[in-house]
Design a protein around this ligand. Sequence first.
Ligand code: NAD
Ligand code: WQD
Length: 337
Amino acid sequence: MSILLTGGAGFIGSHTCLELLQEGYDIVVADNLSNSKPEALKRVQELSGKSLRFYQADLLDREAMDRIFTAHKIEAVIHFAGLKSVEQSVKHPLEYYRTNITGTLILCELMQKHNVKNMVFSSSATIYGNAKRVPIRENEPLQATNPYGRTKLIVEEILRDLSAADPEWSISLLRYFNPTGAHPSGRIGEDPTGLRTNIMPYLTQVAAGHIDILNVFGDDYPTADGTGVRDYIHVVDLARGHVKALQKVIRTTGADAYNLGTGRGYSVLELIDTFERMSGRSVPYQVVNRRPGDVAVSYADPQKASAELDWRAEKTLEDMCADAWRWQSGNPQGYSD
Ligand code: NAD
Ligand code: WQD
């Protein structure tokens, strides 16, 4: 039996492939490589000393995806594939709805056809919108504030409906907070092909001297130093969360949502300071206006994942910064080096 990872060549997917191979799982990856490179999977196989099956396939290509389900006995699917830029989703909502929603519908229909009913889904803390209470628990009201967030919210609802209609389905909705860092080997990491908008890839580029200055989006938020606070989570911790969620969906049924975060928030200035200490580089920054749509504070209550998945984040902000820097400095052009 194999585990199918859609989008498994991407940032979080590649780290999850590595953890799964190290745990002895047999894995199959389907990815259209629209935001990733095959080199990531080559390195995953080098690091683990094990091999995986890769298909360059688009989620929207029903026939290609069907052939994968026919060729392999799939026990569960970890569904990462999708588009993830908030900014781009505002400009190209139809593209986002088509990939993230239609793509998931096609996947679920094929899973049903092939009697595969275990799924781990990449959701996002973005669906809490401007949460009234922190730390954020899974039962807080959900509210999407942009098309990307709406796709995650709609897919969560579709998956819950599916589970309600057929109790054989077993689904984990993993709500990631702010994934960052890289594998400590420095061999795999985040290599976005398009624009960088998340803070860590931007920070590493400034530290490397490829970008002159980091814009800090606002210092007048109601936080200790006025800058935005987020729950940064190391991508290796996140990847391990998927292994735990996978084990749970295989042994139970029903649909459940879990926050994957550390439970601690750090401000932008704390992040910059930690990054400077860990990299030994200075990061010039300037405070600019708030970025529209940003919330002041977001961090998880991760207790449900701890109690029900037996998972908790172990790595620190120092680890995230040191590993992100090791990846950036060892691979200045990402996987193109
Ligand atoms: P990523 O872009 O690195 O990985 C997504 C992968 O999906 C890429 O390899 C891409 O080539 C592939 N893909 C995109 N469209 C596809 C399609 N139509 N068919 C097949 N493959 C396709 O992103 P990531 O950071 O690894 O995110 C993985 C998932 O987690 C996404 O669903 C994302 O929305 C979600 N998520 C990410 C974050 C984050 O900050 N990175 C936070 C919360 C949730
Ligand atoms: C973090 C903090 C910014 C860039 C986004 C998505 C969310 C999820 C994770 C997918 C904020 C500040 C940022 C910069 C800055 N992705 N910042 N200068 O916005 O919390 O979440 O990624 O699901 O959906 O919205 O992450 O890394 O963009 O920002 O000052 O150049 O850094 O204001 O306080 P965010 P981020």
